[in-house]
Design a protein. Sequence first.
Length: 349
Amino acid sequence: MTSQHPSIESAVAGKVVTITGGTGSFGSVMARHLLEEGATRINIFSRDEAKQDEMRRRTNDERMRFFLGDVRDLDSVRTAVSDADFVFHAAALKQVPSCEFFPEQAVKTNINGSHNVINACAEADVQSVVLLSTDKAVYPVNAMGMSKALMEKTAQAYARNHPDSELTVSVTRYGNVMYSRGSVIPAFIEMLKRGRPLTITDPRMTRFLMSLADSVDLVKHAFAHANPGDLFVKKAPAATVDTLARAVAELFGVEDPEMVHIGTRHGEKLHETLLTREELAKAEDQGDYFRIPLDTRGLQYEKYFSEGEEEIDDSVDYASDSVPGLSVDETRDLLRTIPELAGDPALVG
Protein backbone atom coordinates (compact mmCIF):
# COMPACT_ATOMS: atom_id res chain seq x y z
CA MET A 1 0.00 0.00 0.00
CA THR A 2 1.43 3.37 -0.98
CA SER A 3 1.41 6.42 1.23
CA GLN A 4 -0.96 8.38 -0.99
CA HIS A 5 -3.63 5.71 -0.58
CA PRO A 6 -4.91 5.50 3.02
CA SER A 7 -6.57 2.37 4.28
CA ILE A 8 -10.34 2.55 4.23
CA GLU A 9 -10.38 2.00 8.00
CA SER A 10 -8.53 5.27 8.60
CA ALA A 11 -10.23 7.06 5.72
CA VAL A 12 -13.86 6.46 6.70
CA ALA A 13 -13.44 7.32 10.36
CA GLY A 14 -15.41 10.50 10.90
CA LYS A 15 -16.72 10.51 7.31
CA VAL A 16 -20.12 10.26 5.64
CA VAL A 17 -20.66 7.35 3.24
CA THR A 18 -23.58 6.82 0.87
CA ILE A 19 -24.47 3.33 -0.38
CA THR A 20 -26.84 3.14 -3.34
CA GLY A 21 -28.83 -0.07 -3.32
CA GLY A 22 -27.97 -0.05 0.36
CA THR A 23 -30.70 -2.50 1.44
CA GLY A 24 -29.37 -5.27 -0.81
CA SER A 25 -27.04 -8.10 0.15
CA PHE A 26 -23.86 -6.14 -0.52
CA GLY A 27 -25.12 -2.88 0.93
CA SER A 28 -26.21 -4.46 4.20
CA VAL A 29 -22.81 -6.09 4.77
CA MET A 30 -20.94 -2.97 3.66
CA ALA A 31 -22.94 -0.81 6.04
CA ARG A 32 -22.10 -3.07 8.97
CA HIS A 33 -18.38 -2.90 8.14
CA LEU A 34 -18.44 0.89 7.83
CA LEU A 35 -20.18 1.26 11.18
CA GLU A 36 -17.48 -0.88 12.77
CA GLU A 37 -14.79 1.25 11.12
CA GLY A 38 -16.00 4.54 12.55
CA ALA A 39 -18.03 6.25 9.84
CA THR A 40 -19.89 9.26 11.21
CA ARG A 41 -22.96 8.50 9.14
CA ILE A 42 -24.11 6.07 6.48
CA ASN A 43 -26.73 7.14 3.96
CA ILE A 44 -28.73 4.18 2.67
CA PHE A 45 -30.31 4.99 -0.69
CA SER A 46 -32.80 2.58 -2.23
CA ARG A 47 -36.31 2.40 -3.70
CA ASP A 48 -37.79 -0.25 -1.36
CA GLU A 49 -39.33 1.31 1.73
CA ALA A 50 -40.15 -2.08 3.29
CA LYS A 51 -36.50 -3.19 3.14
CA GLN A 52 -35.45 0.17 4.53
CA ASP A 53 -37.77 -0.21 7.47
CA GLU A 54 -36.51 -3.75 8.13
CA MET A 55 -32.88 -2.61 7.95
CA ARG A 56 -33.59 0.39 10.20
CA ARG A 57 -35.07 -1.88 12.86
CA ARG A 58 -32.32 -4.49 12.49
CA THR A 59 -29.35 -2.11 12.75
CA ASN A 60 -30.91 0.30 15.26
CA ASP A 61 -28.00 2.72 14.88
CA GLU A 62 -28.51 6.48 14.92
CA ARG A 63 -25.68 6.90 12.42
CA MET A 64 -27.85 5.33 9.70
CA ARG A 65 -30.01 7.58 7.54
CA PHE A 66 -32.38 6.31 4.89
CA PHE A 67 -33.18 7.98 1.58
CA LEU A 68 -36.02 6.75 -0.59
CA GLY A 69 -35.44 7.19 -4.30
CA ASP A 70 -34.21 5.66 -7.53
CA VAL A 71 -30.90 6.09 -9.35
CA ARG A 72 -32.96 6.87 -12.45
CA ASP A 73 -34.07 10.08 -10.72
CA LEU A 74 -31.10 12.47 -10.57
CA ASP A 75 -32.71 14.74 -7.98
CA SER A 76 -33.19 11.89 -5.51
CA VAL A 77 -29.58 10.80 -6.01
CA ARG A 78 -28.39 14.36 -5.39
CA THR A 79 -30.20 14.40 -2.06
CA ALA A 80 -28.57 11.15 -0.92
CA VAL A 81 -24.99 12.14 -1.83
CA SER A 82 -25.13 15.87 -1.03
CA ASP A 83 -23.02 15.57 2.12
CA ALA A 84 -21.15 12.33 1.35
CA ASP A 85 -17.39 11.95 1.36
CA PHE A 86 -17.49 8.50 -0.27
CA VAL A 87 -20.10 6.66 -2.32
CA PHE A 88 -20.45 2.95 -3.06
CA HIS A 89 -22.75 2.37 -6.01
CA ALA A 90 -24.42 -1.04 -5.71
CA ALA A 91 -27.90 -0.24 -7.04
CA ALA A 92 -28.63 -2.26 -10.19
CA LEU A 93 -30.94 -4.63 -11.95
CA LYS A 94 -29.03 -7.89 -11.50
CA GLN A 95 -31.37 -10.70 -12.53
CA VAL A 96 -30.52 -12.03 -15.99
CA PRO A 97 -34.08 -13.16 -16.94
CA SER A 98 -35.77 -9.88 -16.02
CA CYS A 99 -33.17 -7.88 -17.95
CA GLU A 100 -33.63 -10.19 -20.95
CA PHE A 101 -37.36 -9.50 -21.00
CA PHE A 102 -37.00 -5.79 -20.24
CA PRO A 103 -33.61 -4.63 -21.56
CA GLU A 104 -34.72 -1.01 -21.69
CA GLN A 105 -35.16 -1.17 -17.91
CA ALA A 106 -31.59 -2.45 -17.53
CA VAL A 107 -30.40 0.51 -19.61
CA LYS A 108 -32.33 2.99 -17.47
CA THR A 109 -31.02 1.63 -14.17
CA ASN A 110 -27.58 0.16 -14.87
CA ILE A 111 -26.34 2.71 -17.42
CA ASN A 112 -28.36 5.91 -17.05
CA GLY A 113 -28.66 5.44 -13.29
CA SER A 114 -24.92 4.99 -12.92
CA HIS A 115 -24.37 8.11 -15.03
CA ASN A 116 -26.64 9.98 -12.61
CA VAL A 117 -24.69 8.72 -9.60
CA ILE A 118 -21.35 9.80 -11.06
CA ASN A 119 -22.63 13.26 -12.03
CA ALA A 120 -24.31 13.78 -8.66
CA CYS A 121 -21.08 12.80 -6.90
CA ALA A 122 -19.09 15.26 -9.00
CA GLU A 123 -21.56 18.06 -8.23
CA ALA A 124 -21.44 17.30 -4.49
CA ASP A 125 -17.62 17.24 -4.26
CA VAL A 126 -17.60 13.57 -3.24
CA GLN A 127 -14.01 12.33 -2.92
CA SER A 128 -14.45 8.82 -4.33
CA VAL A 129 -17.17 6.66 -5.87
CA VAL A 130 -16.72 2.92 -6.44
CA LEU A 131 -19.12 1.22 -8.87
CA LEU A 132 -19.86 -2.48 -8.63
CA SER A 133 -19.73 -4.53 -11.83
CA THR A 134 -19.80 -8.25 -12.64
CA ASP A 135 -18.03 -10.92 -14.64
CA LYS A 136 -21.11 -10.99 -16.87
CA ALA A 137 -19.89 -7.66 -18.30
CA VAL A 138 -16.99 -9.49 -19.97
CA TYR A 139 -17.89 -10.94 -23.39
CA PRO A 140 -21.55 -10.30 -22.46
CA VAL A 141 -24.24 -12.51 -23.93
CA ASN A 142 -27.20 -11.12 -21.98
CA ALA A 143 -28.75 -7.70 -21.47
CA MET A 144 -27.69 -7.51 -17.84
CA GLY A 145 -24.03 -8.08 -18.73
CA MET A 146 -24.23 -5.68 -21.67
CA SER A 147 -25.68 -2.93 -19.49
CA LYS A 148 -23.00 -3.51 -16.85
CA ALA A 149 -20.29 -3.37 -19.53
CA LEU A 150 -21.62 0.03 -20.60
CA MET A 151 -21.77 1.08 -16.96
CA GLU A 152 -18.03 0.36 -16.77
CA LYS A 153 -17.44 2.40 -19.93
CA THR A 154 -19.52 5.25 -18.49
CA ALA A 155 -17.34 5.35 -15.37
CA GLN A 156 -14.11 5.17 -17.35
CA ALA A 157 -15.30 7.84 -19.79
CA TYR A 158 -15.92 10.24 -16.92
CA ALA A 159 -12.37 9.72 -15.64
CA ARG A 160 -10.92 10.11 -19.13
CA ASN A 161 -12.92 13.21 -20.02
CA HIS A 162 -12.45 14.96 -16.65
CA PRO A 163 -8.73 14.57 -15.84
CA ASP A 164 -8.80 17.54 -13.45
CA SER A 165 -11.82 16.35 -11.47
CA GLU A 166 -11.41 15.96 -7.72
CA LEU A 167 -13.69 12.90 -7.91
CA THR A 168 -12.03 9.49 -8.15
CA VAL A 169 -14.27 7.10 -10.10
CA SER A 170 -13.33 3.41 -10.06
CA VAL A 171 -14.96 0.06 -10.84
CA THR A 172 -14.88 -3.36 -9.21
CA ARG A 173 -15.78 -6.50 -11.12
CA TYR A 174 -16.65 -9.70 -9.28
CA GLY A 175 -18.04 -13.17 -9.82
CA ASN A 176 -20.92 -15.03 -8.18
CA VAL A 177 -21.42 -13.81 -4.62
CA MET A 178 -22.26 -16.83 -2.52
CA TYR A 179 -25.49 -16.71 -0.53
CA SER A 180 -26.46 -13.31 -1.89
CA ARG A 181 -30.13 -12.64 -2.62
CA GLY A 182 -31.22 -14.63 -5.68
CA SER A 183 -28.10 -16.82 -5.83
CA VAL A 184 -28.15 -20.57 -6.37
CA ILE A 185 -26.92 -21.73 -2.94
CA PRO A 186 -30.07 -20.71 -1.01
CA ALA A 187 -32.08 -22.34 -3.80
CA PHE A 188 -30.14 -25.61 -3.39
CA ILE A 189 -30.68 -25.50 0.37
CA GLU A 190 -34.42 -24.98 -0.04
CA MET A 191 -34.62 -27.96 -2.44
CA LEU A 192 -32.69 -30.17 0.01
CA LYS A 193 -34.89 -29.23 2.96
CA ARG A 194 -38.00 -30.01 0.92
CA GLY A 195 -36.56 -33.36 -0.18
CA ARG A 196 -36.52 -32.38 -3.84
CA PRO A 197 -33.89 -33.19 -6.46
CA LEU A 198 -31.29 -30.48 -7.09
CA THR A 199 -31.90 -28.85 -10.45
CA ILE A 200 -28.68 -27.81 -12.15
CA THR A 201 -28.04 -26.42 -15.60
CA ASP A 202 -24.98 -28.14 -17.06
CA PRO A 203 -22.67 -30.10 -14.73
CA ARG A 204 -19.66 -28.75 -16.65
CA MET A 205 -20.67 -25.12 -16.07
CA THR A 206 -18.10 -23.25 -13.97
CA ARG A 207 -18.47 -20.14 -11.87
CA PHE A 208 -16.18 -17.99 -9.71
CA LEU A 209 -17.11 -18.15 -6.03
CA MET A 210 -16.88 -15.13 -3.74
CA SER A 211 -18.30 -14.51 -0.30
CA LEU A 212 -20.08 -11.30 0.61
CA ALA A 213 -17.08 -10.48 2.78
CA ASP A 214 -14.83 -10.91 -0.28
CA SER A 215 -16.99 -8.51 -2.27
CA VAL A 216 -16.75 -5.93 0.51
CA ASP A 217 -12.98 -6.39 0.71
CA LEU A 218 -12.74 -5.83 -3.05
CA VAL A 219 -14.58 -2.51 -2.81
CA LYS A 220 -12.48 -1.47 0.19
CA HIS A 221 -9.31 -2.34 -1.72
CA ALA A 222 -10.49 -0.30 -4.68
CA PHE A 223 -11.21 2.68 -2.47
CA ALA A 224 -7.79 2.48 -0.83
CA HIS A 225 -5.82 2.06 -4.06
CA ALA A 226 -7.82 3.59 -6.91
CA ASN A 227 -6.66 6.15 -9.38
CA PRO A 228 -9.40 7.65 -11.58
CA GLY A 229 -10.81 5.08 -13.99
CA ASP A 230 -9.16 2.03 -12.45
CA LEU A 231 -10.80 -1.39 -12.63
CA PHE A 232 -10.21 -3.92 -9.83
CA VAL A 233 -10.74 -7.67 -9.72
CA LYS A 234 -10.25 -9.99 -6.77
CA LYS A 235 -8.63 -13.31 -7.55
CA ALA A 236 -11.18 -16.00 -6.84
CA PRO A 237 -11.53 -19.77 -6.95
CA ALA A 238 -14.00 -21.47 -9.25
CA ALA A 239 -16.03 -24.67 -9.21
CA THR A 240 -18.37 -26.54 -11.48
CA VAL A 241 -22.08 -26.33 -10.76
CA ASP A 242 -22.03 -30.08 -10.12
CA THR A 243 -19.28 -29.67 -7.51
CA LEU A 244 -21.11 -26.81 -5.84
CA ALA A 245 -24.37 -28.77 -5.67
CA ARG A 246 -22.64 -31.81 -4.14
CA ALA A 247 -20.78 -29.66 -1.61
CA VAL A 248 -24.00 -27.97 -0.46
CA ALA A 249 -25.73 -31.35 -0.21
CA GLU A 250 -22.93 -32.82 1.92
CA LEU A 251 -23.18 -29.89 4.33
CA PHE A 252 -26.78 -30.94 4.94
CA GLY A 253 -26.01 -34.63 5.31
CA VAL A 254 -26.87 -35.77 1.77
CA GLU A 255 -23.94 -37.72 0.33
CA ASP A 256 -25.28 -38.56 -3.11
CA PRO A 257 -27.98 -36.05 -4.00
CA GLU A 258 -30.43 -36.66 -6.81
CA MET A 259 -29.79 -34.11 -9.53
CA VAL A 260 -31.80 -33.09 -12.55
CA HIS A 261 -29.94 -31.45 -15.43
CA ILE A 262 -32.07 -28.79 -17.15
CA GLY A 263 -29.44 -27.51 -19.60
CA THR A 264 -27.94 -24.07 -20.10
CA ARG A 265 -30.62 -21.41 -19.90
CA HIS A 266 -31.07 -18.45 -22.21
CA GLY A 267 -28.62 -15.69 -21.40
CA GLU A 268 -26.13 -18.00 -19.67
CA LYS A 269 -22.57 -18.96 -20.61
CA LEU A 270 -20.83 -22.22 -19.82
CA HIS A 271 -17.95 -20.29 -18.24
CA GLU A 272 -17.54 -16.72 -16.98
CA THR A 273 -14.56 -14.38 -17.42
CA LEU A 274 -13.31 -11.81 -14.92
CA LEU A 275 -10.53 -10.39 -17.11
CA THR A 276 -9.84 -10.66 -20.81
CA ARG A 277 -6.33 -11.52 -21.90
CA GLU A 278 -6.05 -7.97 -23.26
CA GLU A 279 -6.83 -6.62 -19.78
CA LEU A 280 -4.44 -9.09 -18.18
CA ALA A 281 -1.65 -7.86 -20.46
CA LYS A 282 -1.74 -4.44 -18.79
CA ALA A 283 -2.92 -5.50 -15.32
CA GLU A 284 -0.93 -4.80 -12.18
CA ASP A 285 -0.78 -7.83 -9.89
CA GLN A 286 -1.47 -6.61 -6.35
CA GLY A 287 -1.36 -9.97 -4.61
CA ASP A 288 -4.98 -10.94 -4.03
CA TYR A 289 -6.14 -8.41 -6.62
CA PHE A 290 -5.60 -7.22 -10.17
CA ARG A 291 -5.63 -3.51 -10.96
CA ILE A 292 -6.29 -2.53 -14.57
CA PRO A 293 -5.42 1.14 -15.16
CA LEU A 294 -7.53 3.47 -17.26
CA ASP A 295 -6.84 3.70 -20.96
CA THR A 296 -6.12 7.43 -21.02
CA ARG A 297 -6.11 7.99 -24.76
CA GLY A 298 -8.02 11.09 -25.71
CA LEU A 299 -10.12 11.85 -28.74
CA GLN A 300 -7.32 11.14 -31.20
CA TYR A 301 -9.24 8.78 -33.40
CA GLU A 302 -6.14 7.39 -35.09
CA LYS A 303 -5.60 5.47 -31.83
CA TYR A 304 -8.77 3.57 -32.65
CA PHE A 305 -8.46 3.27 -36.41
CA SER A 306 -4.89 3.44 -37.73
CA GLU A 307 -2.49 2.93 -34.83
CA GLY A 308 -1.99 -0.17 -32.73
CA GLU A 309 -0.25 -0.95 -29.47
CA GLU A 310 2.34 -3.42 -28.34
CA GLU A 311 1.62 -7.04 -29.13
CA ILE A 312 -0.78 -8.74 -26.77
CA ASP A 313 0.85 -11.70 -25.05
CA ASP A 314 -0.37 -15.27 -25.43
CA SER A 315 -1.93 -15.54 -21.98
CA VAL A 316 -5.48 -16.80 -21.71
CA ASP A 317 -8.43 -14.99 -20.20
CA TYR A 318 -8.81 -15.02 -16.42
CA ALA A 319 -11.87 -17.24 -16.65
CA SER A 320 -13.70 -19.72 -14.44
CA ASP A 321 -12.38 -22.62 -16.54
CA SER A 322 -8.76 -21.36 -16.61
CA VAL A 323 -8.17 -21.08 -12.85
CA PRO A 324 -7.66 -24.20 -10.70
CA GLY A 325 -11.05 -25.73 -9.94
CA LEU A 326 -12.12 -26.54 -6.40
CA SER A 327 -12.88 -30.09 -5.34
CA VAL A 328 -16.09 -30.99 -3.49
CA ASP A 329 -14.19 -30.99 -0.18
CA GLU A 330 -12.59 -27.62 -0.90
CA THR A 331 -15.92 -26.14 -1.94
CA ARG A 332 -17.58 -27.50 1.20
CA ASP A 333 -14.86 -25.88 3.35
CA LEU A 334 -15.34 -22.58 1.53
CA LEU A 335 -19.09 -22.72 2.10
CA ARG A 336 -18.54 -23.19 5.83
CA THR A 337 -16.98 -19.70 5.96
CA ILE A 338 -20.30 -18.06 5.03
CA PRO A 339 -21.74 -16.71 8.34
CA GLU A 340 -25.38 -17.00 7.23
CA LEU A 341 -24.85 -20.63 6.22
CA ALA A 342 -22.82 -21.55 9.29
CA GLY A 343 -25.74 -20.50 11.47
CA ASP A 344 -28.24 -22.82 9.78
CA PRO A 345 -29.38 -25.36 12.41
CA ALA A 346 -29.75 -28.05 9.73
CA LEU A 347 -26.03 -27.91 8.91
CA VAL A 348 -24.20 -31.20 9.55
CA GLY A 349 -20.91 -31.21 11.45
